[in-house]
Write a protein of this length. Structure first.
Lengths: 1016, 436
């Protein structure tokens, strides 16, 4: 009775604000009517609802105050409070704020009042808010605001209410939905800020109440169910200041307003920065989720405050007048930054976990669902660890891993050889090669770096920048990756692991796979690993309209990765698209369906040509130098002849010998006349093989090799090998049943022959790979070509002569070194040869080069190095030619110093006297002694510029193809290579990448698109 | 048809294969540059005189000491060399240098391109020796040359010479194996454009014992053929009879066994004591050779189980003074051209079945053709007005040398090209050279 009396000492006026809330209003009104502690007075403020809200209120005989449609929540409450007569009784007067979409539990008011009985300092008390639809879902139990303006509840998303937050807590504020506020304090601190029409008015009020010396409580015994209709865009927000009726914009703007209006002065710069940066980050996030509206809301919200600072100043003045205690008392309620971070990370990890490890049925049952009796009755299974080896997939991977380790015993270190140059010491060098506009290779070049360099640099970052380790690991685990990749593909063709695993194993030891690893072909390796994913992701190539645009953009990115490594993939994609478009057109002519035809056309063209843009300018340069379309990353070394290629062996150095015939061709031929789907797959395989055979007849000169060498057709053969392996799997999957069901016929013989050949191939290949094959051209810790003493002088150009090739095919070749061996990426940007230099090198060797030394000196070549072993006649010839002074003769080779004035930057005075100027690696800042010319001994390029006194010096191209600048007076000059064009290309391709990534990512949903069930 | 697409696929594959095979077979990226290196003639040492036989007045040369790259034409067909060595761009024609000391001796030597290795079998290091080894560096860089001498006492200490660019060094033979009699010298340049020449002069007190320019050869072999050994038979005015000495050494470290066979118009035979004769490793031996033959020259074929170097020294008398000639082994004959202006040599050809077609260009520009035929040995004398001898065609395993008689003495030179056509593969620029 005493308790009831205590409750009766309060006068509670419930104020319900309605705005198109007819959907929720009946339950809200019913909830108010059924309170165990009855409400003393009920006032409704209707903000010109367009639905039946008003009628519902009238029928419930509730006093209604009519307000404008753009009337904010605070203003509506003020209207109601103003209309309330002062209580004549000596009761403590409280107002209970009710949203039209908030239904308090019947005991809500009773518990709220109970909580304040012994707490006279409380100005505001609020209930625990639960979801409207899922009433176990905890929405709020007190609220705060984070430094970045986020609404902070301290709860996890969709947190289940198990009473874990129960109790009476001091909080910064509580939601206005169900908040019980002392009327006198409400009026004393000026009610809600009318600048906050909707959203965050609760936080603001709580903050102001606290600094006015009052307390705010969250009482979890009191419960209310809240639909959050405005925040979840279930209704239009019409309050004044809600630009374009956008709730998010209003929320963000108000959050910033609250922080800036209430925080201490000294916090404002930091807060502004935080608000701005978090708005930017959230905008990017929304853009990635393809929600540009939300992204703009974030930015406009902050901007709208910045352009009206007087609002903040006014608000701060008003708060200062009412402040009773220091703002610092709020600090206890502001969430620390780490807790926001922790919550964000937890949510992210949870999402990734759900995506990667979807829980299988019965895998982990709820503890509630478990039957303890069952546990006692079912005998415990003793799983023996080696039992996993009985699984074919595990067995296959273990065997392949052991085989790879043995076969790679000479490749356990920094790899070099074949087509693979030395790895740079760190990621920085890879990035440098990718970004720089001028490459110090040979006489220098401006060729665009292939994007695979950037991909490797990104991957090497994971290994703490160890590029060499990345390459070693890549070549070591490549067979396993290949097997894993194609095993995924085979899962769609058979459920029998005893077929798919051996077939995957065979793929990993196919001739093209072994040759790619042995000869250091990064491009083919990438195709071997990624290739099997293409048919998996592009299952409906013929009916491409079945693939969503998102998938098309995703595929474009995958193709871009392949294009980055080898543009042969573009040739393949282009050919496939051309054939498919032709077929589409023929079918369009018989059955005209223009939208379907155009839809297919656009998607096919996107898959083929968008990756070209993503890999620009490297890919586009290939159309100027078409040989690059057929080139592989690294050093250009010849592939095998046509006969070898027909047997699916790409040939060249490191390839398996001709007598080791793989069953690829045989399987394709057999499958071609199969009655199953293997026939179609085999037709694709034959197509790839045809391409391989056709292009194997071509010879190209690319990547710093001026001599023509046979095209390496590894990438085509990957296609043929994938097709053969898949066709084999399809045939074998149903062959067993067919053979059992039929008498012995040609199928039995053919199958036996095929299996026998395959087994034979496997055994011999394994044997060869771990014996002769282990001494492949790619080896670890090979000695360098350039002796260390030649690297001492920085950026010295050296003409290197060497006999290259195996016994019988040796040829004298040369190149200009910058003091050290070449590194990854450098052959890909190597320049074309300069005719004058070619002539000088040739005449140097044949002994007719009387002027060779002069030409070499003009190009800044300081030394000639002949690497042993070498024809002694040529050494004697060079000895005999003028202009070369022997500098050394060691076991590494013979070095001559070229006589003359040799430097990177040579000044020639008007009187003809030459002088070497100081020069850096690319650019330089140095002094010229007077009028004359400055020659840069690098290949001519328009981007070479010399500035003197802020002006560009006139530049001409010398007869030798070098940039020559005319200097008119003595002074300081700056040599630069202007990389604006390169930077522009990188920026453009980055923008295109971002756009495509956004388009490929799953789209976010607007709040109004999220079902109420999901929202709880 | 069920398998229509399969047959079409197969047909396209076959077509591609055939087309690719045809296309691929035509791919060849190799190119070659062919040049004749300039040849170097020896300098004329004090007291000697020399003249170079040329095939054309337009042949260009420069003096060794001339550092510019400019060459000038000879404008004559026989050019007297005052002192300096000459570098001649003879374009495949081998000039012959005739050196003599007036009234004492004469000798001939080929002007050759730079050599990788040269063996000289000849000269002495004892008190009678007046001989010298001349090392010419015709390159524009300094050169280091190793000179390794062998004598009857074995291998001598290695001597390394530093020869400045465009100059020559003269080494007295008596410094190579002081006091020793039988000398073999191996010249190996470590760097530089090197040619070496050996002048072997002998005397006892004031009495000249003759001399010769020793021709070199490149490699020790298991089979050596010396096609022309002069053989004075004691007829005519001089009544003198040649004595022959075979100087031989094996380069093998384990010794060798050799057999020497005389080829002459009188027949083919092994002189007594020259069958399966043992040779100690690294030691030079001299064996007296006195075949009883009636012809003015004979050839010697040496076969050994290990590589050997050898030469025959023959005494001759001219105008009542004594001279000697070193006959050295030669390479098998091949088509070539040699300048013989003013020499009128006796060409001696040795082989099992000799058939050599030659063309002689006379000073007046006319050409004369001849065929030298025979077995074992055949001789043919070039016309006195001949300026060049061209070997047009030759039988297999045929060897040829020439003997020249002058008032000062006898000369011998091998008929081998002094400057071979150098076929160098045109190098390609390839960044691969910078990768191990």
């Amino acid at each position: 009775m005493a308790a009831q009396a205590a409750l009766d000492s309060y006068r509670v006026t419930a104020i319900i604000v309605t705005h198109d809330g007819a959907l929720w209003l009946p339950e809200t009104v019913a909830a108010l009517a059924s309170q165990t502690r009855p409400i003393d007075q009920l006032i409704a403020v209707d903000t010109a609802s367009k639905d039946a809200s008003k009628q519902l209120l009238k029928s419930a005989r509730i006093q209604i105050i009519n307000a404008e449609r753009n009337c904010g929540f605070g203003e509506a409450i003020s209207l109601a409070v103003d209309s309330m007569k002062p209580s004549s009784e000596e009761k403590s007067e409280w107002i209970w704020l009710i949203h039209d979409d908030c239904a308090p539990a019947s005991t809500a008011l009773e518990y709220l009042l109970e909580s304040i009985q012994e707490r006279p300092q409380v100005a505001m008390v609020g209930p625990k808010l639960l979801g409207w639809h899922d009433r176990t879902h905890l929405l709020e139990a007190g609220i705060s605001i984070a430094g970045n303006g986020a609404r902070w509840t301290g709860l996890e998303p969709l947190e289940y209410d198990q009473g874990q937050h129960d109790g009476i807590h001091e909080v910064l504020s509580v939601s206005t939905a169900g908040a019980l506020i002392r009327r006198d304090i409400f009026e004393e601190i000026g009610g809600f800020d009318l600048n906050l029409g909707l959203f965050r008015d609760d936080v603001d009020f709580g903050w102001r109440a606290r600094v006015a010396g009052h307390s705010v409580l969250a009482v979890t015994n009191a419960v209310a169910f809240h639909a959050q209709a405005s925040a979840t865009e279930r209704r239009i927000v019409d309050v004044a200041g809600a630009f374009l009726h956008r709730p998010l914009l209003l929320d963000r703007r108000n959050a910033a307003y609250v922080l800036l209006a209430n925080s201490s002065w000294w916090m404002l710069p930091w807060l502004s920065l935080q608000l701005l940066s978090s708005a930017m980050l959230r905008s990017i996030g929304y853009l990635l989720a393809k929600l540009p509206g939300y992204a703009s809301d974030e930015l406009i919200a902050v901007a709208s405050l910045i352009i009206r600072p007087n609002l903040i100043f006014k608000a701060r003045r008003a708060r200062k007048a009412k402040r009773f205690v220091s703002s610092r008392i709020i600090a206890a309620f502001i969430p620390p930054r780490w807790s926001q971070l922790r919550l964000g990370v937890t949510a992210m990890v949870e999402k990734v976990k759900v995506f990667l490890l979807p829980s299988s049925d019965g895998a982990s049952g709820s503890i509630v669902d478990s039957n303890e009796d069952d546990d006692l009755l079912v005998p415990t299974k003793n799983l023996q660890w080696f039992g996993v080896l009985r699984k074919p997939a595990v067995l296959g991977f273990v065997v392949l891993a052991i085989f790879t380790l043995v076969a790679s015993r000479n490749r356990l270190g920094s790899l070099i050889g074949g087509a693979l140059p030395a790895s740079p010491s760190g990621t920085h060098d890879l990035w440098h090669t990718y970004f720089e506009s001028w490459h110090q290779v040979g006489m220098g070049s401006t060729n665009a770096s292939p994007p695979w360099i950037a991909l490797l640099a990104i991957a090497a970052t994971v290994l703490l920048g160890k590029a060499g380790l990345l390459i070693t690991l890549l070549f070591l685990v490549a067979p396993l990756l290949m097997m894993w990749s194609i095993l995924n593909l085979f899962k769609h063709f058979t459920t029998n692991y005893w077929i798919s695993v051996p077939a995957s194993f065979l793929y990993a030891i196919s001739p093209v796979a072994i040759a790619a690893i042995n000869s250091g072909r990064l491009g083919t390796l990438a195709v071997l690993i990624i290739g099997p994913q293409i048919p998996l992701l592009l299952r409906h190539w013929k009916l491409i309209e079945l693939h969503s645009w998102r998938r098309i953009f995703g595929l474009s990115m995958l193709f871009a990765v392949l294009y980055s490594f080898t543009l042969v993939s573009f040739i393949i994609a282009f050919s496939a698209a051309a054939i498919a478009i032709l077929i589409d057109y023929l079918s369009f002519r018989t059955e005209p369906n223009k939208p379907l035809f155009l839809g297919r056309l656009y998607k096919r063209l996107t898959v083929v040509f968008l990756p070209l843009l993503l890999t620009a300018p490297y890919s586009l340069e290939a159309f100027i130098y078409p040989s690059r379309l057929l080139a592989e990353p690294g050093i250009s070394t010849a592939g095998g002849d046509t006969n070898l290629v027909l047997l699916a062996n790409p040939g060249g150095i490191g390839a398996m010998p001709w007598w080791l015939v793989s069953p690829v061709l045989l399987i394709l031929l057999v499958s071609l006349f199969s009655s199953s789907s293997a026939r179609t797959i085999a037709q694709y395989g034959i197509g790839f093989l045809t391409g391989a055979v056709f292009f194997s007849a071509f010879s190209i000169s690319a990547h710093g090799n001026s001599a023509s060498s046979r095209v390496w057709v590894g990438s085509f053969l990957v296609g043929a090998t994938i097709a053969a392996a898949t066709a084999g799997v399809v045939i074998l999957d149903r062959l067993r049943e067919v053979l059992i069901a039929s008498n012995i016929n040609f199928r039995h013989i053919l199958a036996a022959l095929l299996l026998l050949l395959t087994a034979l191939y496997t055994i011999v290949t394994l044997g060869w790979s771990i014996s002769a094959g282990a001494n492949s051209p790619v080896q670890s810790n090979s000695p360098t070509v350039m002796p260390a003493f030649l690297s001492v002088e920085n950026e010295t150009k050296i003409l290197v002569l060497r006999e290259v090739g195996s016994e019988g095919t040796k040829a004298v070749q040369y190149y200009i070194s910058r003091g050290a061996d070449i590194e990854l990426g450098e052959p890909d940007v190597a320049p074309r040869q300069i005719p004058e230099l070619v002539a000088a090198a040739q005449t140097l060797i044949d002994g007719t080069g009387i002027t060779s030394s002069k030409v070499l000196a003009s190009y800044g070549i300081k030394y000639v190095f002949v690497k042993t072993p070498f024809d002694p006649t040529v050494i004697q010839t060079i000895d005999g030619l003028g202009g070369f002074t022997r500098a050394s003769a060691t076991s590494a080779g013979v070095v001559w110093r070229v006589t003359g004035v040799i430097g990177r930057l040579v000044f020639t005075s008007d009187s003809g006297v030459q002088e070497i100027l100081e020069a850096g690696e690319v650019g330089a800042r140095t002094l010229v002694p007077g009028a004359g010319t400055v020659t840069v001994t690098e290949a001519y390029d328009r981007s070479w510029q010399i500035l003197e006194n802020g002006y560009r010096l006139p530049r001409v191209r010398s007869e030798l193809g070098l940039p020559v600048f005319t200097v008119t007076e003595a002074g300081e000059i700056s040599l630069i290579h202007d990389g604006t064009i390169r930077r522009a290309w990188i920026s453009l391709s980055l923008i295109i990448w971002v756009v495509v990534v956004i388009l490929a990512l799953p789209a976010g949903r607007r709040k109004r698109e999220i079902s109420e069930k999901e929202l709880a | 048809m069920k398998f229509k697409n399969s047959f079409i696929s197969l047909g396209i594959l076959l077509f591609s294969f055939i087309a690719a095979t045809i296309l691929g077979a035509t791919v060849s990226s190799k190119g070659y540059s062919e040049t004749y290196p300039a040849v170097v003639c020896p300098p004329t040492l004090p007291g000697l005189s020399s003249a170079i036989s040329l095939s054309s007045k337009k042949t260009r040369y420069q003096r060794l000491s001339n550092r510019s790259s400019q060459t000038v034409p000879f404008n004559v067909l026989r050019y007297p060399v005052i002192k300096d060595s000459l570098v001649i761009t003879s374009q495949g024609v081998t000039p012959v240098d005739w050196q003599s000391r007036s009234g004492s001796w004469a000798g001939a030597v080929l002007c050759t391109g730079p050599e990788q290795t040269q063996w000289f079998v000849g000269g002495r290091s004892d008190v009678t020796s007046r001989g010298r080894l001349i090392v010419v560096n015709s390159g524009l860089s300094n050169a280091i040359v190793d000179v390794q001498a062998f004598s009857e006492k074995g291998k001598q200490p290695l001597k390394s010479l530093n020869v400045k660019s465009k100059s020559y060094a003269v080494v007295s033979l008596d410094t190579l194996a002081t006091g020793d009699r039988d000398l073999v010298v191996h010249v190996v340049p470590r760097s530089g454009r090197i040619n070496a020449f050996m002048v072997d002069e002998q005397g006892a007190g004031l009495k000249a014992l003759g001399g010769d320019v020793v021709n070199s050869f490149a490699n020790a072999r298991k089979v050596l053929v010396i096609p022309a050994v002069p053989n004075q038979r004691g007829k005519g005015k001089t009544k003198s009879v040649s004595s022959h000495t075979l100087r031989i050494m094996t380069t093998s470290e384990s010794g060798a066994s050799f057999t020497a066979e005389v080829l002459s118009s009188d027949g083919r035979f092994i002189p007594v004591g020259f069958s399966s004769r043992a040779l100690a490793a690294g030691k030079v031996i001299e064996l007296s050779l006195a075949p009883k033959i009636s012809t003015s020259s004979f050839a010697l074929r040496i076969t050994s189980d290990q590589p050997v170097v050898a030469a025959v020294s023959s005494t001759v008398t001219t105008n009542s003074h004594r001279d000697f000639v070193w006959s050295t082994p030669v390479e098998p004959l091949e088509p070539m051209k040699i300048a013989i202006t003013g020499l009128s040599p006796l060409v001696v050809v040795a082989g099992d079945a000799i058939a050599v077609k030659v063309e002689v260009t006379l000073i007046n520009g006319k050409t004369v053709h001849a065929t030298i035929k025979g077995s074992d040995i055949a001789t043919w004398r070039a016309p006195a007005s001949a300026r060049s001898l061209t070997i047009l065609q030759t039988s297999k395993d045929t060897f040829a040398s020439a003997l020249v008689i002058s008032i000062n003495g006898y000369g011998y030179f091998p008929i081998t090209p002094g400057s071979s056509l150098t076929r160098v593969e045109i190098p390609h620029s390839n960044i691969r050279v910078l990768n191990p």
